[in-house]
Design a protein around this ligand. Structure first.
Ligand code: FE2
Length: 301
């Protein structure tokens, strides 16, 4: 049984808080709930925040917040994670709206925060911009995918739902096909950040909104293979790759398969290793390189 059940927030470092807010607040339509001199906390609707921006020297993904399910005692979880040989610390009032959390650091170049609760102090859906319904998943490049995946599956109870070849792994802690994509790479950063839309109409409205904002859509909308979400991508603040999607596969862990859909190539649709050349069910041409588009870019060699 998963010990966490959803992606609550991501922390992003940015050299320009104003520019990053101009995108996440102005274009995406999140609402700034709280701002200090070097940080801004933005909500998509209910949670105190789903995106935290902090001033930093270079753009980066600095933490991933996963919410712990009811009945999970933090000391027990901390002990279990420590027994896995991971660095884990318990923190109180480390961020607004989150009274307690466990922080796991130095894990394949990433930091994970595990929180039992976040204040429902959000301002409601903004009605502005893209106005997504939630932060859906985060894809990360990591220098140690094996360690990250061991933590997620053995430590937190995630299920593995698909792979591209051997270096991209999709995992979930709920019925979404994926909550995280974990990608082995020579360096660690954000690969892309995905926001869920209400449905197909919303996907079109969002694309029209981006056009008005003069934000080019890089790829899509097209239906993926792994996850079968209809997805489109654009560059957000600091050129981070942002995915907007709807209609993602519903994974049934008890059956080790996705709920059947007419567009599935396999019935039942079970976890499998997809060729990297089969990224879209519609065979849409795939024309940009996610690795060079990684947040902050590849490190200087
Ligand atoms: Fe994605």
């Amino acid at each position: 049984m998963p010990r966490v059940f959803r992606l609550a927030y991501v922390d992003l470092a940015t050299p320009s808080l104003d520019d990053a807010r101009a995108y996440y607040d102005g274009v995406l339509g999140a609402t700034t709930v709280q701002q200090t001199g070097d940080a801004a906390y933005l909500s998509l609707g209910l949670d105190h925040h789903n995106i935290a921006l902090r001033k930093g020297d270079r753009p980066g993904l600095t933490a991933i917040g996963l919410q712990v399910g009811p009945g999970v005692e933090l000391p027990d979880l901390q002990r279990r994670i420590a027994e896995m040989g991971l660095r884990v610390e318990s923190k109180s009032d480390a961020r607004p709206g989150v009274p307690r959390l466990l922080e796991v650091t130095d894990l394949g170049g990433h930091t994970f925060q595990l929180l039992p609760e976040i204040a429902a102090a959000g301002p409601g859906f903004s009605g502005r911009g893209v106005d997504p319904v939630r932060v859906g998943h985060v894809a990360i490049l990591t220098t140690d995918a094996s360690a990250v995946l061991g933590f997620l599956t053995n430590g937190l109870g995630f299920s593995t739902t698909d792979w591209f070849e051997d270096f991209v792994t999709f995992v979930t802690c709920n019925r979404d096909h994926h909550v995280l994509n974990v990608i082995q790479a020579p360096f660690a950063t954000l690969h892309h950040l995905a926001f869920q839309l209400e449905g197909r109409d919303h996907q079109f409205r969002a694309a029209d909104h981006l056009a008005r904002e003069k934000v080019p859509t890089l790829w899509g909308p097209s239906r993926h293979t792994a996850g079968h979400n209809v997805a489109s991508y654009h560059h957000g603040a600091d050129s981070a790759v942002i995915e907007l999607y709807n209609d993602m596969d519903v994974f049934i862990p008890e059956m080790g398969m996705c709920e059947p859909r007419p567009w599935h190539g396999d019935l039942p649709q079970r976890p499998k290793h997809w060729p990297i050349t089969e990224m879209t069910r519609w065979e849409t041409r795939y024309e940009f390189d996610f690795v060079t588009a990684a947040l902050g870019g590849p490190p200087e060699l």
